[in-house]
Design a protein around this ligand. Sequence first.
Ligand code: 1HE
Length: 257
Amino acid sequence: MNLPSSLIIEQKEDILLVKINRTEKRNAINDALVLGLESVFSNIPDGVKCTVIYSEGQHFSAGLDLSELKERDIIEGLHHSRIWHRALEKIQFGTVPVVAVLHGACVGGGLEIASACHIRVAEKSTFYALPEGQRGIFVGGGASVRLPKLIGMARMADMMFTGRVISAEEGMPMGFSQYVTDEGKGLEKGIEIAKKIAQNASTTNYALMHVLPRIVDSGQTEGLMMESLIATISSSSPEAKKRLNDFLEGRAKKVGE
Ligand code: 1HE
């Protein structure tokens, strides 16, 4: 895999750590970085069961590298947005779940990347914003599709209309993250969560990544049918049968243990 120097990957047993490292530009995402992300999430090594994405420096990401945007004409802009869509689809609908660990600025395209991940852990310094409204542009990396599902359309519109900045603690009950941690503790928490995810049956993780979002996007009739299909497929797997037997014969942990 040919990655830019601003993207560093490290495999720790069955967890892949993906680090954005462009601190001099506050981890602003240029084309090399977005293509690098596409490449990483299209080529998850065998044996990896979950990934954690995080960033070096004071901020998760300052969003799109605006210096590249100002040079583009309309057709180049369309292609550029579609490159982001492709890369972020690889995160959301790739082969393994992705945990995002956030701190500092998680704004614009940075928030779009975080929204494509399956779980978000925010350190207390995290703040969310969509400065696109103030820059005279619109989101182009999938936020208009993904973010309203996390926080609701009205909140997203408010952020873009007014430039509102939302803190980690304010943002958790709104749906921006599922966890908030003390400063410097996010990666540890992200890895702890990734290890739990890695222990799940692969059919369960597949269903959560690939089927649940399709059910949510569909009508009740189709959704219920998809649910019946995936429920039957997962409970028929040898892995599920083993886990059910383990519980029935007293070998599995109880809820909460
Ligand atoms: C950048 C970028 C960037 C910083 N593109 N160069 N995103 C934004 O509108 C957010 C713009 N950035 C900021 O508001 C601030 O940089 C931060 C609040 C994130 C951080 O502030 P700070 O004081 O730590 O850093 P800084 O001094 O503002 O920035 C350091 C350098 O990074 C500086 O360059 P230098 O050459 O003067 O050192 C900045 O110009 C540069 N930098 N952010 C380019 N974003 C798929 S569509 C998505 C659309 C969007 O994401 S729009 C939102 C863009």
